[in-house]
Structure formats: C-alpha cells, structure tokens
Design a protein. Structure first.
Length: 318
C-alpha cells in the first residue's frame, strides 16, 4: 500500500531518517557516539492530505556535564500542553515540567528530560539503543529566573545546538478577577493579563506564598498553579508538590549560542518549518526520508507553514 492510501484513511505516518555511515563517523569525531533520528510527520488533515508538523527525535548516548547554581527547597510539577494544530485542535504536545524554587532563583524545565538524563547515565550504549523509545526527550526549554540580578535566562536546544538569551524580568500587568477554582485541593484565585500577544487567565494560591509560577509567569501574591491562554492553545496545571526538596538547580555546561529573543524565535521557526533541511545545513549530516515502502519522500524537504504559533506571539514584530 502506498503513502496515498495511508493518508486517505488518516493514519499518522512515521518516517525514519537515516544518517549515512560516512556522516556517522564524522559525528563520532565530534564526540557524539551515535545519534538515532526518528522523523515524524503528522497528518490530521485528511481531505487535503496536508502535513501539519514534522519533528526530529534525536537521541544522544551521553548527557552533557552540568554545573550547580543553587539548591532548591520546593518543587512543583506541571502538566504542560500546547497545540500544534490550531485549525482542528486535534494534535496536542504534552510534557511534565518542573519548577524548582530556591531563595536565590527558580528554574522551570522539563521533568521528562531530567528523568531521561538519569536513565542514560546508568545505561551502556547497547542498552540505550534497546530502550530508545523510552528515552525520547521532552521539551528542551529551560527558564532561569534570577530576581536578584533582575534577569531571566531562556536556554533551549534547537536540533543539536544550544541557544541562550537573557532579558530583564518581564512585567505582567495582572488584573485580579472574581473567579475561584481548586487545584490539588488548594483554593486558587483568578487573575488575567495580556502578555506578548496572548491573553492569559491564571489561578494562584495564597496558601503557597511564592510569587512565582510556570514558564515566565510571576508577580502574584501566591504560587500560580494553573494558566491557560484565551485561545486554549497553551496550558499549564500543577499536578504535584514537594515542599521539602533539596535538589540542586543545575544547567548544562555546554557551549551556547548567545542570541536575542527575536533571533531565537527566528531560528526556531527556520527549524520547525523544515527540520530535515535545517539538520543537514547546520551539521553537514545527511538525512534520507522514506515512506513505508522504502521509497524516498522528496516532499519531506519542502518548507511548510506552521498551523500554530509560539507561546510569545510578538516575535514576528520588528
């Protein structure tokens, strides 16, 4: 059965991207022992057979060194969900994120990635290959909030490279509203604001006197336990609390491409609209994309428009 048959019945297709042996040897010289690439194309638009999202899942056999910045005393796990198909809202991406709080700073990052790193550190290369499906990373975003220094630092991995930008602590012009909900048994009050192109509704808990929250949110008289934008494209909800933690707050000790917020989103957009081509251009590697029958898919390298926008929508502004 050909690719068109699968598209006609709306089955999600998985393509596999292979690195040729010559390029694999080049990667070994770059201290990356091996890389497994899984390229996924999501096809919910049955009538038009339109590919809405392509993704490269890249698994490395080692974890970068880290350096400790502080020790946390509270941890909050959030369910983070966002849509990559805002036309039919049929595809959601989810990850578990962790907010670490210390007297000096806070860090918001993928709890999934933390667990994957721990597993990889205990496995041999053969075990990593055998368990590749269990070692798929979450969202490679890290937000460090250093209130004393008056800055936030956003670092994120795009393809194989890490990018980082700093910005002054952003201001949220919160409007308190007469709305109440319950999260994890805690009564939470409502607040809303407009921030960088999105209208947000959040719920904060005065019983937890921490003026912090998921992602870049902060500034309310209690921990922000839940947040959702008006279009229901991005949502955070606290699902677990550890009020007696003592885990190090760490960052990867790797070379970063220092950039600006605008340039970061420009680069992320170039990658998301054409990940296979971006990989080949930035690494010198070679990717071959085939369908289920093993035939090359020549359309896999065509740029595509995204049917969703990033959490900060003002990145397109000059």
């Amino acid at each position: 059965m050909g690719k068109d048959y699968f598209r006609s019945i709306g089955v999600v297709l998985c393509y596999f991207a292979f690195i040729n042996l010559k390029q694999l040897r080049v990667m070994i010289k770059r201290t990356i022992p091996f890389v497994i690439l899984c390229a996924i194309a999501l096809l919910p638009d049955i009538a038009n057979a339109k590919v809405l999202h392509r993704r490269l899942n890249i698994l490395q056999s080692s974890v970068p060194d880290s350096k400790s910045l502080a020790t946390d005393n509270m941890e909050f796990i959030y369910d983070f969900c966002y849509s990559v198909d805002t036309v039919s809202n049929s595809i959601d991406t989810r990850d578990k994120m962790m907010l670490q709080i210390s007297p000096e700073m806070s860090k918001f990052s993928s709890y999934t990635n933390m667990n994957v790193d721990s597993l990889i550190n205990t496995m041999s290369p053969d075990e990593i290959v055998a368990n590749a499906e269990k070692l798929v990373n979450g969202i490679p975003m890290i937000i460090l909030k250093d209130y004393a220094a008056g800055k936030f630092t956003h670092s994120e991995k795009i393809c194989l490279d890490w990018f980082k930008y700093e910005e002054p602590v952003p201001e949220f012009e919160w409007e308190l509203v007469d709305s109440v909900t319950t999260v994890l048994g805690y009564e939470c009050k409502g607040a809303r604001c407009s921030f960088r192109g999105r209208e947000w509704m959040v719920y904060y808990c005065e019983e937890i006197p921490v003026m912090d929250g998921p992602w870049k949110f902060h500034g309310l008289p209690g921990l922000i336990m839940a947040a959702r934008d008006a279009n229901k494209e991005y949502a955070f909800e606290c699902i677990s609390i550890n009020s007696h933690s003592s885990r190090d707050i760490t960052v990867y000790d790797v070379p970063y491409n220092n950039t600006t917020r605008k340039k970061f989103y420009d680069t992320l957009h170039r990658y998301d609209t054409n990940p296979f081509s971006y990989y080949q251009t930035t690494t010198g590697g070679s990717v071959t994309v085939t369908d289920e029958a093993g035939n090359p898919d020549l359309t896999a390298f065509d740029p595509m428009e995204l049917d969703y926008d990033y959490i900060e929508r003002d990145w397109r502004e000059k």
